[in-house]
Design a binder for this molecule. Sequence first.
Ligand code: SF4
Length: 314
Amino acid sequence: MSERVDGSRRPPPAGRRARALRERLEALLRQHPPVERVASDPVAFPRAALAAGAPRPAVEAVALLSAMLAYGAVPLFMRVIRGLLDEAAAAAPREAAGTAFLRAISQPGGPRFSLGYRLSTAAEISRFAGAIGTVISRHGGLWEAFAPGWRRAGTVRAGLITLHEALWQALGTRPAAAPGGLRHLLPDPAGGGCCKRWLMFLRWMVRPDDGVDLGLWPEVPPAALLIPLDRHLSRLARALDLTRRATDDWKTAEEVTAALRQLDPLDPVRYDFALCHLAIAGDCTHGRHPERCAPCPLADVCQPAPPRTRQGKP
Ligand code: SF4
């Protein structure tokens, strides 16, 4: 059990309520099959590299770039990721998308992309991509930099910490000495934040290939994953009574995952993609448009927080 925001301990959903929630979530998967939404999700980029026959390290590289740029408005970051991959492809037109990207980021002196995105300049994105290329050159792949921590401690967090360290070593600097736009692309998995982009990258790598996730790291069981929590997912988790914690941090991700484990112990993040895309597709506005809740398969187990007034009060 995890600590509640009010200091008490909350039990995970159990028994009849867990069964009811699982049934509704399965109905959500049937009503919104995740494979039909892949083109609107950043996983589309590593999936395209995989389909083109790119080797595993190249797919990992495309995946990490795509995951770390996946914040803000979906159409905007999708356009930037596509643009970066197109720049790499233009330099090696005969190679598959992922292979061309790995070649571009592995060249001496690093890549020189022309696109920035929100908090990160083009130079910072180029440094980040160059660090991915360096880690792959030094270790053989991103898995090889993740595996030592995973094997030592048996937690995905420990694996992320060793991968994170390898990337900063490749950058040749410390986070404290780096510009904010670079730090934003490499959040610290030991820092207590919810690390949504790291955990989404892990979901892609670890869950078996189901047409969405990639199944490239089979040594890690899906049971070890944590939910990639963002503002939408955490509001939904509260509405579904999976947590009452008020902050969107690592502890909340652990608590929500523990609750989801009651529904599927072997694959607790099974519903992540479908829940996430309720917001991306505009189907869920957290009760602001009650007419959208009526056809939602979760309607009778979901209690969204009351809409806030213009003054920000419920
Ligand atoms: S707030 Fe409404 S649309 Fe969103 S998950 Fe709950 S019932 Fe469905």
